[in-house]
Structures are given as structure tokens and as C-alpha cells.
Design a protein around this ligand. Sequence first.
Ligand code: FAD
Ligand code: FES
Ligand code: FES
Length: 1365
Amino acid sequence: MGLLNVDEEIDEVSTVLVFYVNGKKVVEPNPDPEWTLLWYLRKRLRLTGTKLGCAEGGCGACTVMVSKYNRAEKKIIHLAVNACLAPLCAMHGLAVTTVEGIGSTKTKLHPVQERIAKAHGSQCGFCTPGIVMSMYALLRSCNKIKYSDMEVAFQGNLCRCTGYRAIIEGYRTFIEDWESERIANGTPNATSNATSNGTSNGVCAMGKNCCKNKDKEEYKGESEFIFERSSFLPYDPSQEPIFPPELKVSSAYDDQYLIFRGERVKWYRPTTLNSILKLKEQFPDAKIVVGNTEVGVEVKFKHFVYPVIIMPNCVPEMNNIVETENGFTVGAAVTLMEVENNFRKAIEILPKYKTRTLKTIINMLNWFAGKQIRNVAAMGGNIMTGSPISDLNPILMSLKVKLNLLSKKEGHRSVLMDETFFTGYRRNVVKPDEILLSIEIPFSSRFQYVKAYKQAKRREDDISIVTASINVLFEDNTNIIKRMNMAFGGMAPVTTIATKTSKALNGLIWNEDVLEKAYSHMIEELPLAPSAPGGNIQFRRALTMSLFFKAYLAISKEMTKDYLQEELIIPYHSSGAEQFHGVMPKSSQYFDLVGDKQLPSDAVGRPITHMSAYKQAAGEAIYCDDMPLAEGELYLAFVLSTKAHAKLLSVDPTEALKQPGVVAYFSAKDVTTEQNTIGPIFHDEELFATEKVISQGQTIGVIVAKDQTTAQDAARKVKVEYEELQPIIVTIEDAIEKKSFYPQFPKTIRRGDVKKVFEDPNNIIIEGQCRMGGQEHFYLETHAAFAIPKKEDNEMEIFCSSQHPSEIAKLAGHVLHVPMNRIACRVKRMGGGFGGKESRGMLTALPVALAAHKLQKPVRCMLDRDEDMQMTGTRHPFLIKYKVAATKEGKIMGAIVNIYNNGGYSIDLSGPVVERAMFHFENAYYIPNVEVTGHVCKTNLPSNTAFRGFGGPQGMFGAENMVQDLAMRLGKSMEEISRLNLYTENQITHYGQVLEHCTLQRCWDECIEKSNLAERKKNIQKFNKQHRWRKRGISIIPTKFGIAFTEKLLNQAGALLIIYVDGSVLLSHGGTEMGQGLHTKMIQVASRALGIDVSKIHISDTATDKVPNTSATAASAGSDLNGMAVLEACETIMKRLQPYKEKKPEGKWEDWVLAAYLDRVSLSSTGFHATPGIGYNFQKNEGVPFNYFTYGVACSEVEIDCLSGDHQVVRSDIVMDLGESLNPAIDIGQIEGGFVQGQGLFTIEELIYSPNGTLFSRGPGAYKIPGFGDIPLEFNVSLLKGAPNPRAVYSSKAVGEPPLFLASSVFFAIKDAIRAARADAGVPLDFCMDAPATSARIRMACEDHITQKLDQPKKGSFVPWNVVP
Ligand SMILES: Cc1cc2nc3c(=O)[nH]c(=O)nc-3n(C[C@H](O)[C@H](O)[C@H](O)COP(=O)(O)OP(=O)(O)OC[C@H]3O[C@@H](n4cnc5c(N)ncnc54)[C@H](O)[C@@H]3O)c2cc1C
Ligand code: FES
Ligand code: FES
């Protein structure tokens, strides 16, 4: 009845949702308030260009443009928005544009789509539509864009493949300067010899010292232009689709009171203040939703249901922002973007002192989420959510802003945001029937300063670890503190005002004594228990003081500038006041151009665009979950273990099965023990857990239902009773203590006589250990599978996102008990793999196949991001213990090394991973006497698996730590020790492989020269002398990566070549396309071998019914193995065509093909390749594990903020030997992408596990991969010239994995910078730091007067919140 009361009083209620998508009107009579815009686009409108990457606003894959008409300002507003969080019901009266709406390969691509593709900014393509739409929305909303606009536009977009440089380069062409230059010159080619990627004339940032200036001749034939800008379509804003006139002409849709009724949720959109107050009176528990950026995440991941939702976006009083005498009154529903825009305008006009508060807020907003979130989220939402890590609340509380509240019953009331406002975790004094109407933000007064700082794991789009806001009012014209107020986020369940500290400082003179006084109060007033949620206890405590110190420095500087005559701080300290800010990155890419003599049709060596890039940019490329619906298809959802080690007492699906739309539940009971036992090499894991679970995220059963929501809701209703078991082994140290290892290990490789060198008194001995964390793959497309039974002979097609379709088919055959010849496994493309889809794809594909087989219905599943992160394992965390003997000059004579990796609950690929670490523990250094042993720890974690580098980077990290320790011991630089020990031609590795064509030394020397290392070291020293709180460091690191599967049998590949009578060529091979450009390279190989243009050759997908028994696309060997197989298949055909070519040499390809056909000659062929001469025997330490090595060297310079732990990579120079590159654009993309992925591994990416095995980092909110703003400010890549590789197709080299480790140069440069800070602080220069070098680790390693104030909790006296696995 209550409902009716409200509804009845409203004159004009509409229950029909009307909006526009890509210019077409959509009328939805019964929208369900639970539908998101993304769901509707993908599932109802079948517009699958917009992708689902995370469902929590953290990746940007779902970005669309939402446009609305602002009647007050009479202009159309275009906003980039996360469709995954946007409620469909909020679209009423708006126009949505998706990637499909702006251009198409079938008609005409939009320049935004074309440029990202041509600039090689799309690899797997899963992020591409989102990035395209962010750029498109920027272009539509700005007349003249600057780089800073672009930087902001991409804060909310992630790409895991490209390393961002190529995207930035492609889109920089839209920036004013370049466009105007082009127009002014009136020639499309004008820029090709003007600016290259931020550097002039292709000369690198070394300016006149650039080797190109030194010797122009030497660089003839080399190019820095990896894409041809002159071929870009011009951008003409007048050609854009028009805003739907209906929405502009009439305000009818804005004026409607909307009520949408779903099964569980009712949605109200009132249009007056009175009606919203009435609603809130009637439904005090109703949620007021503006941006849905908090509520949407709660609904999706915490499964909250809010039966009544009220959207206030059409209540004028809540959406106004008004300037008053004292400041701004901001309506609670005003979005953060609008706040920023209004404040910016005021800052331009008003006296500077007056707008310090506004400036502090907009500075903070720059680090608040991404643009897509800020475009829709409201200030009111941030306050009312009351998150202890909110970024605005500390500022608002330090300002004690006034909040205007309103209720039907009690009318208006004002409250201050002071220490009484928040009453507990996410609770405040606002009553249930009240709404927050507005927020009053005061102007600052002449002698008032407000500074706020936020420290997060990643600078951009990350929630804070600690936020601090310091508000000081001075007595007029003095530096005497009149009033002080400081607030902190991240230190308690609520935002905390440090009242006592603030009071204690009142009346004091603003000088260094204040600091000491403040610290001593802060330590008491902002305590943190050692096991407090969020972890990083010491860091957070140190940050409160460090950020206060930063504010002290910044305010002191400003006071001096504004009115004080005296300098309060010396220049040496002044850098502590700064924060890192983005600048336009520079880059260069150097590679060999193909010579004039190469036939135009021959594509080998040319930087041609990824074959799918245009489709990817247009949203037309089909990924597994984009496949059209099959008749009667069902959806599968998982019941996962929530305990790390427990007996399954009972599993009861009764309740779940009663839900309407639920079709079946499958578990271990539906298969035999033999069927249920699976695994990639060893079958040592269960498809469905039977008696006990040994990890969280293990599959207990699956629910199959009519759709995703039904299946997932029902899966949560399956009742599982556990009896917890001990021990729960999470970390490597736990495993060592409990002796929990896989029985196939340890394994040891021995060479020479280690005993002798360690006993030699002439040698020095060092001993140490290093630890590296794991890494989440974070491919943008999660695991997906779609199985379609064929109804006949048990045939089935499985479409899935797997790097290893043959293994999926084999295991599906095993689980279904059908022969492999009935199962065709197909992979069109993956949205990234990086090893994560090598073996763990079975976890999704096998239950899907089983359900489809049992039900004889098509079954689909795409894992949610949190499921994917909980189930599928990560890169292995490693512990390496080493003992090294070396001469006094630093020549390494021997090493005894023990390597441990954390394998998780099944062995999966952990064995070969630790073996690769054993092969690579010496990285690029010759060590004559070796004893290296590998151990695989069995733990109660998800099974860890392959990840780009496959144990190689972890092993090499050991080598570099040894080199570093040795350098420290001998008082030499790290590069001196590296150079001394670097492998030379014909030296023999510890596993007996001779290094032939070893270009390490060349790469090293070239990198030293290109990076201008000697000069820059001097500059760094100078910089460090002048700056106490900013330090720079530099490091040069080599890599040598063995190419081949170390398991001999996997080094085989096949290809199938079919020529049709019209001359078109269909090529199939065993490799899968996951963005790395394998299909493009294979087409290039075929183009040379067949002598035809690439346009004649097509690859459709990878399918087990075309090329059987393939190996995984892994070990960087995809191009090598499949390339040779393709070559063989092509050569066979060419031999058959030879007579027809000879008969008609002037003819063309089509003529010869037709002639052969008419002559009844077979026009299909197969190719097969088995890498010759390899195979290694561990027992005997005999044989050759690798086909050859890929070499490279990188030099990185970083700058760190010693107070916050933040860092910025200033420059990275990479020189890599890739033989004669098959495609320099793709190879450089792999280098840059691998490097940036490695940067994540070595700096910001951190898996967070509880001591009982719960993964806390389950999505992009908690797990940070590098974003656009993290890449080196200068990023130079050179491919070594004149180094053909005789052991792979067309003299090329493998590239996928080798560059990743080069990013450790960033880690060691950070350590170098920290050492400079420690030198200033007078603490020992030798210190341990595990990887990754997170802001917490950097800050705490920069020991100083602040960290020394912190007492250390006694080890063992508490249970930490998190542990490092
Ligand atoms: C990817 C991502 C990144 C983020 N990054 C940050 C970040 O860097 N810093 C940060 O602080 N936060 C961050 N957030 C959190 C969130 O975006 C902010 O809290 C935002 O301000 C919420 O606004 P909203 O309009 O979307 O809230 P909604 O989700 O619409 O509502 C949030 C809550 O506020 C209540 N509410 C809203 N308006 C009123 C009102 N007028 N009266 C009474 N109650 C009301 C709602 O009922 C609900 O409980 C992030 C969120 C996401 C998804
Ligand atoms: S899917 Fe929407 S932001 Fe990731
Ligand atoms: S191309 Fe960006 S995620 Fe793959």
C-alpha cells in the first residue's frame, strides 16, 4: 500500500525507458533496475563491441560515451562512462554511443579507431574499444585537446598488452600542435621528418650527442617511424553524428517522474525535492543512487539487494552548484567532474588566496578514480559512503565543511563534518529519512593554507593507503599558527581528525620545532594495531608523519612566496614538497627497414599492422563471449571453495535447484574418479573437489541455468559445510618449515667443483637471499568457454579462450569419455593470455563441456574477474637463497643456489617453471662452478602456473641480486661486476650449452652508449646532492633468455595450407592468437614463401580438427615453431606450382593456381616442424635445452619520493637482439608490453593473501597493474642490427618473454636511489628489499628521522592481516 501512496500522488509517471543508442531510439517498456547498461548493450542489443573486463569500474574496457543536453547552458555534454556500473534505468533521455556507433571496417573507420590500429596500439584488442571510446569522448567534448587532457582521459583505462606507448603515440596526433602543423603545412607528409615521438629528426633525447648526429651514415636504412602518420584519415569534427534532435528539442524526458519495477528492485526518479523527501520518508532504507559507483560494486560483488532505489539526478536543488560570498554550495548529486569544472573557472577569476581550498580539492580529484568514474560519481556519494579511505572526506573534514540535510518530517538541518560526523565504519549522523542536500565548501582566507596528499599503490586511479589533509590558519602576516586542523584517511575505520595534535600546535611558530611536536602527538593519536585490516602498518604510520612533513614544506614555500620575508626551508629540502605529475612522454623505436630490393608483396620484415587491429578498434573482433547466442543455450556458474584446507562435510544443492530457471547441478558425483582426475602434465587435481578442499577458489560444483544471473544466484545458494583442517600452508616459508614439497623435486644441476672455489682463501664469499612476489595475469578477457554438442556421435565443438586447444580437447575427451576425434576445440582469439591460459583454461572449459555433454545443450561461461583471480593461479612467488664465491676483482667463481617456488595446490606447470629458474639463475653471467637446486612448495593456494617468462625472470632476479651484493661488498658499481662476468661467444652455460652467436656484449655496449650512462650517472649524483627528499637512481641490466620448451616433445608444430581455385589462401597452424601478433607473422611468412600479398592469405582460427596434437602457444616459441611448419607447407605447394610458374612466368598467382587445379594437382598441404638438436637430460646434466637465446639489455633511471615512497621511471633504453625481425612493429610492441608488464611485476603488483589463504586482491580495485601514467617518461627501444639468427624462421628470434626481465632495471634503479637517500640519512647502504618495490617498501627503505620514531611490534606477538605467499 505504501508504494501506491507515493505513486498515486504523482501526476505524470512514466514506466517506459527511452534512450538512444548509436542514433537509434530504444524503447524499453519494462526495464529491470538491476540491469546495467553493459548487460543491456551486450545481451539485449547484441552490441558486443563494448567489453566486460571487471564489472567494477576499474579497467575501462566497457567505456561508452553518454551524451545529454544541458538546458541551462544550452550545450551538449559528452561523457565517457563505465557501462558496467551505469544502471540502464539512468539512461532515460540520454544518448549512448558505443564503439560500433562511430565507425566500421565495413563502411568507414573513425580516425580514433584507425589511428590506434595503425599506430600498433591494439594487440589482443580487448581493451581497445574502451580506449577508443575514452579518446572519442575526449574529442567530442574538447575543441583543442592538450596532452594533459589525454592523460586524464585515460586514467580509467587499462591495457595489459601494449605498454601504452603505441596508444599514446597514435593519439598524440590528435593533439592541437600536430594537427595544426599538418594543416598549416598543407601536406600530409609534413611530419614524417619533423617530430618523431617527442624527439627531433629521429634523434634521441641525447640531443647533439645522439649517435645519429655523430654519424648519419651509420644509421642509413634504419627508421624510427613505426607507423605512417601521413596515411591517417583527417579528423573532421563536423562529420560526427548529431545528437538526437528529439532529446534537444523537448525536455519531456527530463521532466518525467519515472518508476521502473523489477522483480526485486523498484527504481524511482523523482523530479522535485518534495517528492524525493516523500520517498525517503516512506522508504527510509532506500538507496539514493547518483553515479552508482559505490552501490554498483556492492550489488555486484557483495550481492546486496536494495529493494528501493531513488535517483536524484533530476532534482534541481541537488544538482546545482552555486557560488556564495563564502564559497560554493555544491548540490549532493553534482558530479565530481562538474565540481572540478566549476572550481577551475573560479580559480581563474578569484584572488589566489581565496581558492586554495578549491585548488586542494581539484588537485585531489586528479588522483580520484578515473575520468569515467568522476564523470558520474557525486561528492555526496563519497561523503555518504563514508569509506575510511575516501579521498575527499579528509579534506572536507579538515575544513569542517557544513552539510545541509533535509527530511520531510524535520525539514532542514545543518551539520559540520567534524569528528562527530562519522559514527562508525561507513556510518554517520544522517538519519535514515534524511537526504544530504548540499555541501558548503568555504573559500580560504588570506593566511590560510590547505594541503592534501594521497598515497596509493598506483598514482592514478587507485584507492588510497593514507590520505592526509592539513588546514592551517596563521595569525595575520606571521607564521604563528592561529588554528590548525588535520584529518587522515586510512588510519581507522573512519576518517580521523587528529584533534589533539592540531590543538597542541595552535599558537606555535611554524618552524621545525612544530614538526617534532606534531610527530610525537601523531604517533599517539593515530595508532595502528599490528594486525589492523589493510596491513602495511608501519608504512601507514610513517605516512601520516611524512605527509604532514610534505605539507609543512609546501606551505612554508608558499608562505615565503606569498607574504613572509624569510625562507623557512632550505632549497635542499624543498623537493619534499613536490608530487609527481605527468608530462608528455617521449619515445623512439629503432629498427631496420627492409631494403629496396625486397619484393613489394613480401611482407617479412615490414612493420605491418596486426591483422585484426582494425576489427578490434571497431569492436567487430569476436571473442569467446561475443559469440552469438545458440538456440537453447544455458549458462554455467561455479560453486567455489571458501576454505583453504577443509573437509567437505556436506554439499547440498537442493535450494539452488528449486530456483526458477535452474537446470542442473554437477559435481564429482556425476563423474568417475578417473574422469574427475585432471591436470596438464600430472593428473593430480580434481575437476570437482570430492572429500576435501585444499585451496580457496577450488571448484566444488557447477550450477547450470537459463542465464548468468540465475546461475550465479543459485550457485550462492548451494550449501557447503566444511570442517576446517590444519595446517593451512600459504607461504614458501610455511612450506619449508612444514617440509611441504612436491615429490618430483628437488632437482639439482651441478657443474665444476663448488667445494673447491668456496674453500679457496683467495675468494671472497657472499651469502644472501631474495624474494619475489607472484603476479596476477590480468589478461583483460577472463577465462571463457562455450561448448556446443552436435547431437550426433558425441561430437562437440568447444570454443574457448585457451592457449592450448589441443590440451582442452584431450582433457575434454578424458572427462566426457569420448575420443578426441569427436571434439573440435576452437580458439579465434584471446583477450590476452600471458601464460595464464596455457593450462588453467581447463578449469572453465571442462565443466562447460561436461554440462553441455550431459544436458545436450549449448553451455557458456565467462568467469567474473573475482572468480578468475581466485581460481586460476598466478605467477609463482619465489625465494632464492644463494652463496657466491668470487675473486677480489669481482669475477664470480662459483655459486650454490637453492630456489623455491610456491606451486599451490597442484603441481600444474610448477616443475618446468622451477627448472627454467634453475637454467636462468645465472642470467647473463658465466659461472664456472655451480650447484643449483630447485624445490616446488606445495601450499594451500590456487595452483600457480605459467606466466610470461615461466620462472626465467625469477631465476635471473637471483643473479642480479648476487651481482648487486658482490658490488656492494667490493665497493664497485653493479655494472662493473656485470660487465666483468658477462658471457662471451662460445662460453658454456652451467647446463652445458655452448653460446653461439652471442650478442650480449654488443647489446650491452650499445645500451651503454645509447643511454649515455656515464654522463647521466654524473647528473644523477648532482641531482641527489641538491635534493634531500627526491633521489634518482640508474641501473643497467642484461638478459639472456633460452628459447624452446625445455620439455623436448613440445617442440613440434604443424600447419595446414589450403589454396582455393580463386587463389585465396586459408592458412591454419597450431598457434593461438592472444594479441602477440602470431597470426600476422605467420601470414607474413606465408606471403614471402608463396610470393603473394598478405591480403590473399587468411587465418580463421586455431582448431584441433585442422591441425592436431599441437603444443601450447607458449615459451615464446609460437613464431619459431609454427613459422617453420607454415614455411614447409608453403614450400610443398610452391614445388607443386613450380611447373605452372615455369610454363607461364609472366602469369600471376591466380593463373598458376588455376592451372594446377585444372591439372588435378592437390592444392592443400601440411607442414610440420620439430626443432632439431635439442633435448636435455636433468639426471646427467647432458644435452641442449634451448634452440638459441634471445639477448637484450635495458638501462632505466628512476626518481623516488623518499617521503611517500612514490616513484617515476624517468627513462628506459632497451637494446634487444631479435635477429631479423619478422615484423618490427609487433616485436617492438612485445618488448614495450613485456617491459611494462615487468615493471608491474617489479614495482606495483602485489597479491594480497590473508594468513588463512583468502585472496584479498580480487579485482582492479585492489590489484594494480601499470596504467598509462606509469610508463617511462622517455622510452627508447632499439633492435640490434646485423644479427641474423640461423636457428629460426627467416633469421628471426623469439620475443614474447625475454623483454620482461629487463624491467628489473627499474627495480635496481629504485634501490640505487634508495641508497642515495640512506647515504643522506647516515644509515647503512646495504639493505634488503623484496620485489616488488611497492611504495610501502620504498618508503620504509628510505630510513630517516620519521621511520626511526616507529616502534617495531614484536615478531610472533600478533597475527598479521596479510602474508606474502
Ligand atoms: C573504480 C573506482 C574507483 C574509485 N576511486 C575512488 C578514489 O580514488 N577515491 C575515493 O574516495 N573513492 C573512490 N571510489 C568510490 C566512489 O567512486 C566514490 O565514493 C563516489 O564519490 C561515489 O559517488 P556515487 O555518486 O557514484 O555514489 P553512489 O554509488 O551512487 O552512492 C553511494 C552512497 O551514497 C549514498 N548517497 C548518495 N547521495 C546521497 C544523498 N544525497 N543523500 C543521502 N545519501 C546519498 C547512497 O545511498 C549510497 O549509499 C571509486 C569507485 C570506483 C568504482
Ligand atoms: S568492465 Fe567496466 S571498468 Fe572494467
Ligand atoms: S591490447 Fe590492451 S589489453 Fe590487450
